[in-house]
Design a protein around this ligand. Sequence first.
Ligand SMILES: Nc1nc2c(ncn2[C@@H]2O[C@H](COP(=O)(O)OP(=O)(O)OP(=O)(O)O)[C@@H](O)[C@H]2O)c(=O)[nH]1
Length: 201
Amino acid sequence: MVTNNSLQARAQADLPTEYGNFKVIAYAVDQEPPTLLIYKGDLKSVKAPMVRVHSECFTGDVLSSLRCDCGPQLHAALQKIEAAGCGAVIYLRQEGRGIGLVNKLKAYRLQEQGFDTVEANQQLHLPVDSRSYEVAANILQDQGVSHIDLLTNNPDKIKQLSLEGITIDHRIPLEIPANQFDQKYLQTKKRKLHHLLSEVD
Ligand SMILES: Nc1nc2c(ncn2[C@@H]2O[C@H](COP(=O)(O)OP(=O)(O)OP(=O)(O)O)[C@@H](O)[C@H]2O)c(=O)[nH]1
């Protein structure tokens, strides 16, 4: 299993989780942190498997931070894929929408002073969102998948994956109710980044 000249499947294993039994494959280039494909079922056997392309959020995914909806989105995606019986999470190492964990924490400090998530990145002279979905598309293609049902609220993710050759048959919303700490974060995603968040004002 090899995707292109450099990205390779380096290791695979079973991954039993709270939500059900999955398999995991680590795709990597040289010593870079691996992109993980967590999946269940035969992805090629369905016309459009359910897929979550998830950007790393150490604070949300690992530390259960309430400042964002990332952790609950990841867990909800695993639950939905388990219920569907087939599907995948692709875990991209694009912390902080591409700015990295240190800069994300600097952006958090600025948010504590009143800036929103977009303004905080701008204050740091960093891109608001520098993510690429090419690796996700390469992994799907390596798995023989060209059509997916994508779990997302982010129209840019749909657009970019489409440009990389993946057809999004359906968007499956992945809305997590706001908590007392992430209301402004979700509002900014809706107002400035045009996320499809029907439950946010
Ligand atoms: N720069 C920055 N990144 C953040 C912040 N909060 C979360 N993130 C990162 O945002 C990324 C997730 O992107 P989101 O815009 O929340 O959601 P998305 O993945 O684009 O869209 P969905 O598919 O709908 O979840 C992860 O890499 C997080 O680390 C923040 O306050 N500032």
